[in-house]
Design a binder for this molecule. Structure first.
Ligand code: HSC
Ligand code: NAD
Length: 697
């Protein structure tokens, strides 16, 4: 194995070059390499200064996250940073790319820091459920001040070099080869007789109102505890001597290391990347992709067009008539105005996108040269058939033909064409230019390079793409239908929609299911219930009280009334008193005596319903791996990231406990709570969902 840290001497300067691709994570071998190289430099009388530099695309991306949860291996990172800081030699960090987490902590252990103009630094540990554990919470406030340090550490944001210089994190910005820049800076410092400058010896930062800051950060974290805990660590920097502050940092770090939130967030970090890594696509080249046709410029079509334009693709959008075409263009321009306002694009770029890159047409002929066409017309099989027949007749050979259907059978849609191998589902989420999830729905005859093209498009658009098979609702909407039903059952049995929404937002969901229903429009669920009614199993319990509200023309937020009543200009809504009356009437009709539910029971039933259906989805191969479900729920359904996803949540609870709860619920409603065979199998074998993820790698 090549050395992870190369050592070379240039004049009086020893260069320690970290070589651990792709991002120079601080694995044990790198830590040992740095420590040994420091010893070597110090033993060489000819060496007066040390420059630490990273090979490849980054200085250092942080501690090696794959080592977390394993037995610690010497030398540990905090000791290494102190060892570097205590060197009698002058030590300079020369930073390029990112210096994150432990990477910035190593740099703060150095006496001086020089960076490329494009460099970014940050302490993003809170996003992994931990806090900077190698002195970051003690050294950063000493160079940048307490307020800046709290902001950087609790948000985990990447800070650009110029801002970092203003904050005092970086001493000099210099463009050039990072090694040359580092050596030149070290030579300048030596010629100026600059002193060693250990950050730990700098004065402690000012105090702020720590309790108020802690409370504010805790509230903002919506249940996530690492950012607020990090406030207490920075507080220690201000109130305790350096060494004691380091001890406090270690205690808090270890506390967080032990939490389920840490496990969930690290699961999310790795699987967000693993999800689009499909063994079946290894070596499969995607098709050429430069122009996209979109059919239907309503909510979804306009959102997809916006995302494609922002990603640099040419877009041809087809609508049914001039009026609809104008409306579609208006929606896209409105979305792009938002990007302009937020500074994501310049006025010049905006003008180019709407005049050059975007074509809106009423003629299918305009689609003849596009590389990929995405249909986003009404959710009606007859309309979809008509559109796909036209696409088949118009689009060039090799063009990928995609549907954004939410529920319809992609095989049936593909059958409307003479080229089903080119047909795929690309299920975006609303608003499509904002939501990160893309379900790539693979039909029976879809060609592998068409699947690869779906994933390539997802990557271009900055989406998290998940492979799904064909079934009613694919991965996400199918599971949603079931946990929504569990919530509906609890309402029938006595829990109020408001208690359920509150319990689930306290669990960490961005919104509760009834607030979401109001936002999406109650007419959608109403239409689905009517569509499904003829095929409903007699034992299926479906509430009808909300249909009565729909019959009166109340569809949620868009009409001002649903589960909640909305007043213009006010955020959120107030419980609608009509709902309690309608529920009580239905309970009387059904002969139900309402009972009390604890918040804990609400969350548990909701989660068990989700996990059980998810296990069926995996068991049937609709999702290839449990991690595919986890990422679907995380990026499309507001599932709290710090639980890692429903399957990770179930693993953390213990699958036997989850199965036992489902079997208990089945005693009241055996039809709804049929345990998933895969869940039973895993319990029998003493395995977890994560074991299945690992087996697939
Ligand atoms: C930390 O530093 C803790 C310390 O404060 C204290 C520790 C003290 C312990 C004390 C004990 C007593 N490790 O994202 P990409 C992999 S916590 C391992 O696709 P990009 C990644 O999985 C760390 N692997 O590339 C992927 O692998 P794959 C704080 C890491 O260019 C590959 O690298 N740092 C890794 O889009 C490429 O990654 C962070 O949280 C790591 N640290 O983005 C930074 N980082 O090819 C986390 C990446 O197999 N990383 N990998 O899929 C990032 O934000 C992004 O990866 C970058 C690059 C912005 C670095
Ligand atoms: P929408 O009613 O807002 O827009 C549909 C558009 O398609 C309208 O502008 C209509 O004029 C146009 N259209 C209808 N027939 C057409 C044809 N033959 N040729 C060209 N244009 C035609 O609907 P939407 O919410 O954007 O949904 C579109 C599709 O996306 C549906 O299949 C839906 O299930 C799916 N979807 C919707 C959401 C969502 O949250 N709205 C999310 C994911 C997927």
């Amino acid at each position: 194995m090549p050395d992870k840290v190369a050592y070379a001497v240039h004049d009086m300067i020893a260069v320690l070059r970290i070589q651990n691709p792709p991002v120079n994570a601080l694995s044990q071998a790198v830590r040992q390499g740095l420590s040994d190289a420091m010893d070597r430099a110090e033993a060489d009388d000819a060496v007066h200064a040390v420059v630490i530099v990273g090979d490849g695309r980054a200085f250092i991306a942080g501690a090696d996250i794959t080592e977390f949860g394993k037995p610690p291996m010497e030398p540990n990172l905090p000791d290494l940073c102190t060892r570097i800081e205590q060197s009698p030699l002058l030590v300079v960090a020369s930073m390029h790319g990112v210096s994150l987490g432990g990477g910035l902590e190593v740099a703060l252990g150095c006496h001086y820091r020089v960076a490329q103009p494009s460099a970014r630094v940050g302490l993003p540990e809170v996003h992994l459920g931990i806090l900077p554990g190698a002195g970051g919470t003690q050294r950063l406030p000493r160079v940048a001040g307490a307020a800046n340090a709290v902001d950087a550490i609790t948000t985990g944001r990447h800070i650009k070099a110029d801002e970092a210089q203003k904050m005092g994190i970086i001493d000099r910005i210099e463009e050039g080869d990072p090694q040359e820049v580092g050596i030149a800076y070290a030579m300048d410092l030596l010629s100026e007789n600059a002193p060693r400058r250990p950050v730990s010896e700098m004065p402690a930062p000012e105090g702020i109102d720590w309790d108020a800051k802690y409370d504010a950060v805790l509230k903002k974290g919506r249940g996530q505890i690492s950012p607020a805990t990090a406030v207490r660590a920075v507080q220690a920097a201000s109130e305790l001597p350096f060494d004691e502050g380091m001890k406090r940092e270690r205690e808090l770090f270890m506390e967080l290391m032990d939490t389920d939130q840490r496990k969930g967030l690290i699961h999310a970090f790795f699987n967000e990347r693993a999800v689009s890594n499909l063994p079946e696509l290894k070596g499969v080249e995607p098709r050429h992709l430069q122009s996209v046709g979109i059919i239907g410029g309503g909510t979804m079509g306009a959102g997809i067009a916006t995302a494609a334009l922002l990603a640099g693709l040419e877009v041809v959008l087809i609508e049914t008539g001039e009026e609809q075409a104008t409306a579609a263009r208006g929606r896209i321009e409105g979305n792009l105005q938002g990007a302009l306002k937020r500074g994501k694009i310049s006025q010049q770029k905006f003008d180019a996108l709407i005049t050059v890159a975007l074509t809106v047409s009423v003629k299918y002929d305009s689609l003849k040269d596009v590389d990929l066409a995405i249909e986003a017309v009404f959710e009606d099989m007859a309309v979809k058939h008509e559109v796909f027949a036209k696409l088949d007749a118009t689009c060039k050979p090799g063009c990928v033909l995609a549907t954004n259907t939410s529920y319809l059978d992609v095989n049936e849609i593909a059958a409307a064409t003479s080229r089903p191998e080119d047909v795929i589902g690309l299920h975006f989420f609303s608003p499509a230019h904002v939501m990160k999830l893309l379900e790539v729905v693979v039909a029976d005859k879809t060609a592998p390079d068409v699947v690869a093209t779906g994933f390539a498009l997802g990557k271009m658009l900055g989406k998290v793409s998940v492979r799904a098979g064909v079934c009613d609702g694919f991965i996400g909407n199918r599971i949603l239908a079931v946990y929504r039903t569990a919530a509906d059952h609890m309402v029938l049995d006595g829990a109020s929609p408001y208690q359920i929404d509150r319990a689930l937002t306290n669990f960490g969901f961005a919104m509760g299911p009834f607030a979401v229903a109001d936002l999406a429009g109650l007419d959608i669920g109403w239409a689905t219930r009517k569509r499904k009614a003829p095929h409903r199993h007699p034992e299926e319990r479906v509430p009808t009280y909300i249909d009565k509200l729909c019959e009166q023309g109340h569809f949620g937020q868009k009409t001002g009334e649903g589960y909640y009543v909305y007043t213009e200009g006010q955020r959120g809504g107030k419980p609608n008193p009509k709902i309690a009356e309608l529920i009580a009437a239905e309970q009387r009709e059904r002969g139900i005596s309402p009972r009390e539910f604890s918040d804990e029971e609400i969350v548990h039933r909701y989660m068990c319903a989700m996990v059980n259906e998810a296990a069926k989805v995996v068991g049937e191969g609709i999702a290839r791996r449990p991690l595919d479900v986890d990422m679907t729920l995380l990026f499309g359904y507001g599932f709290p990231r710090y639980w890692g996803g429903p399957m990770k949540w179930a693993d953390i609870q213990g699958l036997p406990k989850v199965l036992a709860a489902i079997e208990g619920y089945a005693e009241e409603d055996a039809w709804f709570w049929q345990p998933a065979p895969l869940l039973q199998k895993l319990v029998d074998e003493g395995r977890s969902f994560d074991d299945l993820n690992k087996a697939e790698r």
